[in-house]
Design a protein around this ligand. Structure first.
Ligand code: PSU
Ligand code: MN
Length: 304
């Protein structure tokens, strides 16, 4: 096993017995939500994974160790330190590990560590993608590259329209990543169920999702699978409210000259501020919804 990897006893035991395990990311805890709602949400997500038949493995980097499975105390530590913990993408792993530092794992690094540990399912809120204006900034999330090269199923609520969703789909197509709509042909846009863009395939059952993922693994394609699960109707945000906040946040981001790894956290925080507590509540609900779907799919996959 990788000498930098620590798998918690519970996750190790589940994997050894072929039981379903669902990975969860830590950037959403330390950068995605305020304390203490972030800790409460992370603990609830773990509970929901269990209730739906799988073992949760929250993933993070602590003292240079790649952790698959955190204790409640470690989740509290991540939530409390918040943005003081570095957001860690693929390019950050080597130096963080060599220096023995902490890192909050994004979709990219959560996929990497999940795969090292032997975990094939991962639930989160939203993924990174191609930013608006990427034709000049070249700001394209490493999440899309990782989906193209690491065989993990990522269950999310689509991507926020802080991104260029059309270009994000084009990039995923180039990388060979199947984009599945769970119960929908339309790509969901995180806070909203619709985006105007079409996914590659609509799949309506956990059984068929598990079978498609098994086929992808057996084909040896080596890439990930992106499952987009629309936010439940009752928690969706009004399109005009969310679009106005996104447009304003992007304008401010450009004015301030924010770039690189700071762009996404800035936009997410500004959209959350501008839309108030409603968007946080929606965000929390959609993460719960995705965790349940990932856990049920992992459980069926384990029994195929
Ligand atoms: N998009 C969201 N919520 C998030 C993120 C993105 O709607 O929390 C986080 C995830 O951790 C994702 C990362 O992997 O931001 C992408 O950052 P970047 O765009 O810098 O690659
Ligand atoms: Mn970027």
């Amino acid at each position: 096993m990788n000498r930098y990897l620590d798998i918690s006893p519970e996750v190790r035991e589940a994997l050894a017995q072929g039981k379903p395990v669902v990975a969860l990311e830590s950037t959403i805890i330390s950068h995605g939500m305020p304390y203490p709602q972030n800790v409460e949400t992370a603990l609830n997500v773990e509970r929901i994974v269990r209730e739906n038949g799988a073992v949760p493995a929250t993933i993070a980097i602590i003292g240079g160790r790649l952790k698959a499975g955190l204790t409640p105390e470690e989740i509290e530590y991540f939530g409390k330190k918040g943005t003081a913990i570095a957001k860690a993408s693929r390019r950050d792993l080597s130096v963080l590990c060599a220096r023995g530092q902490d890192g909050a794992t994004t979709v990219t690094t959560t996929m990497i560590i999940a795969h090292m540990a032997g975990i094939q399912f991962f639930a989160t809120g939203g993924i990174g993608g191609v930013h608006r204006g990427a034709e000049t900034t070249m700001d394209i999330s490493a999440d899309l590259e990782e989906l193209g090269r690491t065989p993990v199923m990522v269950v999310c609520a689509g991507a926020k329209s802080i991104l260029d969703l059309g270009l994000t789909l084009e990039y995923l197509e180039t990388k060979g990543v199947p984009v599945i709509g769970f119960g929908t042909q339309e790509l969901p846009a995180f806070y909203t169920r619709s985006s105007g863009f079409s996914v590659d395939y609509r799949i309506d059952t956990e059984q068929e999702l598990a079978q498609a993922f098994r086929a992808q693994n057996e084909l040896g394609l080596g890439s990930g699978m992106l499952v987009t699960n629309p936010i439940p109707e009752e928690y969706a945000m009004p399109l005009d409210v969310i679009n106005a906040a996104i447009d304003r946040a992007i304008a401010e981001c450009n004015e301030k000259g924010i770039h690189g790894k700071d762009t996404t956290p800035f936009l997410l925080a500004r959209v959350a501020e501008l839309t108030g507590g409603n968007s946080l509540a929606s965000n929390i609900r959609l993460v719960y919804h995705n965790a349940a779907l990932a856990a049920r799919t992992a459980a069926i996959f384990a029994s195929l």
